[in-house]
Design a protein around this ligand. Structure first.
Ligand code: ATP
Ligand code: MG
Length: 377
């Protein structure tokens, strides 16, 4: 973790839909938790599908520049609405931002809301390769060439009998596998350090399917083993345990005994699937946070989408965004403040159900939940 800063600048990218409700809520929580002696500043940054429909640009250069060139210390992203049909020239701005800033990991803690279950895991998903090869970003119609290159990671052929056959290419590199595994073990060590000293060592579960995909998943698995065995001058092996799960059995166990998992690391596609699955175990999308992390920058992002069905009604659950803000603060070295947010959020979740938002069975509103969190800080 970084040392304590005397100033803190956070980019806010609410984007579309309920992003515009939950990001302002997260901002208020940050304002309440950061001590007055820290010079705190927010920078509003534009992005989104709605912006694209107005200007033809989903992710302005200015937004990228501010994040990349030190204009802000980190950023919070809301959510983008995905058009139901393919729109020429449009690509998801968060996907593009991850690429532009090389945010190669998606880190998603999955923590249970109810005292009757004790799920407390973190899924660390590789974010730049695998079957999901959206590695070419583009921000306007002008970048057509990149677009063409992107579609080439999939192809389709017409057969003689009039049917079609589609192909996809999967990419797993040693470099990307090594850095994601290293991040997973570092997270495990940090979790281990925060636990009572008589706790078992943190556990990293490597998710793959190397019995079938022996070359691609085989490489991912091999690199993860190597990182555990040799990484951080032997610290990883000394301070963390490692095991592995074939992705199918991982899903089975995730639903049967989710409390047994600690840190899971997975290539992009498996990570995508198990992290949404795990989110379903803890009640509502509205409480699940994530960060997109690289070596130089971090973007907090609630896992949910733009939720057009409830946008504008003031009833969106701000907790996923607030928790994402907490993760961002922790990345920036404000660990104490991050854990204050965690504690306050958990208290609100375990408090009067009626005050919670409808996704959690309550009658509360975004503002009410935010106020309740702030009151506890
Ligand atoms: P998108 O295309 O932007 O992903 P979506 O229709 O898939 O939109 P999601 O945001 O993914 O919508 O949400 C799925 C469901 O979960 C919706 O019914 C939505 O209302 C609900 N939901 C998502 N986030 C929240 C939240 N923060 N608070 C309350 N309900 C939420
Ligand atoms: Mg969605």
């Amino acid at each position: 973790a970084a040392s304590k800063r005397t100033s803190l600048s956070i980019g806010l990218i609410p984007a579309d839909g309920i992003g515009r409700e939950v990001i302002p809520a997260a901002r208020r929580v940050i304002e309440a938790v950061i001590p007055n002696k820290v010079r705190l500043e927010f920078v509003d940054l534009a992005a989104g599908f709605e912006l694209f429909t107005k200007t033809g640009v989903a992710l302005p250069e200015e937004t990228i520049r501010v994040c990349r060139d030190g204009g802000v210390d980190g950023a919070l992203f809301g959510s983008v609405s995905s058009p139901s049909h393919k729109v020429a020239g449009y690509a998801s701005p968060i996907v593009a931002l991850r690429k532009k800033l090389d945010l190669y990991a998606n880190v998603r803690p999955v923590v249970s809301v109810s005292p009757n279950s004790n799920i407390d895991m973190v899924i660390v998903r590789e974010n730049t390769e695998c079957l999901v090869c959206r590695i070419f970003s583009f921000t306007s119609l002008r970048a057509k060439a990149m677009f063409i290159k992107y579609i080439k990671s999939e192809s389709i052929e017409n057969n003689a009998d009039g049917t079609r056959t589609a192909y996809a290419t999967r990419k797993i590199s040693e470099t990307a596998s090594r850095r994601i595994a290293t991040m997973a073990f570092n997270i495990a060590l940090a979790r281990g350090a925060a636990r009572p000293s008589n706790s078992p060592l943190p556990l990293v579960t490597v998710v793959h399917k190397s019995n079938v995909l022996s070359i691609t998943d085989g490489l991912f698995r091999e690199v993860c083993h190597d990182v555990w065995n040799t990484g951080k001058d032997g610290e990883f092996k000394k301070l963390a345990r490692m095991d592995e799960q074939l992705v199918d059995s991982m899903v089975y166990r995730l639903f049967r005994e989710p409390h047994k998992f600690d840190v899971c690391v997975a290539p992009n596609l498996y990570g995508d699937i198990i992290s949404d699955g795990a989110a379903a175990l803890v009640g509502s999308l509205g409480v699940v946070a994530s960060t997109n992390v690289g070596d130089n920058f971090c973007v907090g992002e609630p896992v949910h989408g733009s939720a057009p069905d409830i946008a504008g009604k003031g009833i969106s659950n701000p907790i996923a965004a607030v928790r994402s803000a907490g993760m961002l603060l922790s990345y920036l070295g404000f660990n104490e403040e991050a854990s204050k947010i965690d504690i306050a959020v958990n208290k609100v979740l375990l408090g009067d159900k009626n005050l919670l938002t409808p996704d959690l069975g309550g009658h509360g509103k975004t503002d009410g939940v935010t106020n309740a969190i702030i009151k506890l800080l």
